[in-house]
Structure formats: C-alpha cells, structure tokens
Design a protein around this ligand. Sequence first.
Ligand code: GLY
Length: 376
Amino acid sequence: MTTPQSTPGASQIVPVELGARSYQIRIQAGLLPLLGQDLAARFKFSRVLVVSDQHIGPLHGGTLATSLHRAGVPGEIFLLPPGEGAKSWEVCGSLYGVCFQQGLDRGSALIALGGGVIGDLTGFVAATYMRGIDFVQVPTTLLAMVDASVGGKTAIDHPQSKNGIGAFHQPRAVYIDTDALGTLPARELRAGLAEVLKYGVLEDAAFFEWLEANLAKLLARDGAALAYAIRRSCEIKAAIVGQDERESEGGRRALLNYGHTFAHALESCTNYQSYLHGEAVAVGMVLAGQLAARRGLWSKAEAERVEALISKAGLPVKLRKDDPPPEDLHAATFRDKKTRGGKLRFVLATRLGATEVFKDVPADEALKVWQDAPRG
Ligand code: GLY
C-alpha cells in the first residue's frame, strides 16, 4: 500500500453510539476523493474550513479540496506549521481569526485533516468557536486513526500541562482513508502500532494473537491487514467510549490509558523531544507489565510476551541511556492527570485482554520500576 489506489476499496463502518452525539467511523482505501460527496449527502454545512499542516496539506489537501469543490461544499483550506507547537493559545487564537474571516457560522464545520495535533486543536476550536460548531475528523496518521480522532477528546497545551486546556466535543463523522498511510514515515507507522497493540492487551486477547501473526504484514503496509487492525482498534475504542464518554470516576474509559502513566512522565521529562507519543506508550506498556508482574497481578510470561511483540514491532522497550534519572521520572508520574489526592493510579493487566485501574499503587513500587528499568 505504498501508492494510492485509483479505485476505492471496500468500505467498513464502525458506529460510535452516543445517543444524540452518535457518529460513524468510515474506513476505506481511496476514501478521500469520495469525502465531499458523502459530506454533502449526510450534512448540510453552510461552509467548511479544512485545517491541516504544511506537511499533510501538500500531500492530501488538494484531493480533499477537489472532492469538496466537486460536491458543491463551499470552503477553504488553512495550513498550520507542523508539530506540537500548533496546540498553543497563539495558534488557537489565529485559527479563531480565520474562522471569523471565512464567515463560518453556527451551521458551518471544521474538518481536521492530519495527525493528532491537528485533530486536537481543530476539535478544541470547534468546541469553543461561537460556543461550539460541528467538526469532522480525517486522520492521516495511524495513531490518529486508531486513537486521537475517535472519542471527542480535544485539547491545546498549556506551558504547565500538555493537553491541559480542552473539552469533550464529539466529531460528526470520522473518515479514515487507509491510503494516507502510504506516505507516513516508518517511525510514525510503528508509533501508531503501539496504540494498536495496546487494544489487544487491554481488551482482546484474540486480537493480540492476530497481531502476533500479522505483524510483518502490518509493517509492510499490507492494505487489508492495516484496515482490519484499524477497524478492530476503532471498534474497541468506540465500545469503551460508548460506555463512558467522559472518563468518569470508576468508568471504563480510563482503561484506554494503559501504559500512559509511565509514558506521560517519560514524555514530559524529555520535553516531548526524544520520544514520539507511541514510542513512549510502548515503553510505558513494558513498565506497566513489569509493575503488574511485580505486584503478582499478572503472569511474568504474559508480560514478557507483550514486551516481545512491542520489540518485534521496532518499538523501544527500554529507557534510553541519557533519559533523566529514575527519581525525576518518578516525580513526573505524580503530575499525571490521572493522579488523585497525591495517589498514583495505574491501569494494569491481570491477564492478556483484561485490565483494571489500580488506585493506590504504593509510590515506592512505582519508583522501583523506574529504577530497575533497563537502559540502552
Ligand atoms: N486516548 C485516550 C482516550 O481517548 O480516552
């Protein structure tokens, strides 16, 4: 799947059931050229603004713009500089300005074309512009396809907290054109696979086994294998979000943070410079496995089986030599949004495909995991 297909592949629909806020995730190779027609048939937006970045825009913006134009959907495309820096007050403010200049009204919609940064920022602007307008997610990275574009978490960063300012705002639709993965750098594809593996560990042992058997195909960008992995990931996420839209206390959405308590600490301590999010999640899942095994919750053999697949996917399973000392990483763990009243919370596996939130993991046990983590 390194070249875009000229004819569209089979379409798969994953519903996200949220009452009045329900929507569909449509997954299809060659979907981008059909998107305008589908939008025009299903929604009557007065105008749209496509938000993308200077990497993705030149690759896919033209196809989307042509498709919207042909379907008679009025709108423009606006390109932001690439990178996490776009999730700032300044860029957010300039995007509101573009929305006003473009004359977007409460019947208009924003279309996020890109990775998680574009989706999070565009979603946040949609949640707040004129007290909330519609938006549509068109993710182009594997990570955004299987996680960020689904479930309605939108955010920008604050200097003191990544994703610190945000809102729950569900998209009206998610369109996943798997052909977009043909241009995704290999490192980003692997980082996206970390979140795919996460779904197997947290919810579905049979899917994990399928991933073990099909990893080589996924790394080789086999279209059918990728489409299945994306669909199954979206089904698992959609089911969990359908049960617990707003990550309520005691609800199931927190399980989606498997590996993320360690990952967020690692990312923040390294200033978001050395690890892609999926890479940090890969290390975080390995450390969560070690913590669960150390506490006697999970078999060491299964934790090692997960670590082996993460490693086979070309993802990191160790800290880097020059990562900050364990004590600093441990201190950062307490700054996680999941911490309550100074108590650490971890999502830990009890068997492959089953996870729970543990609310009172003693601090010294978590510190020991950081201290014992191999470096290399
Ligand atoms: N990425 C975790 C969630 O959407 O809840």
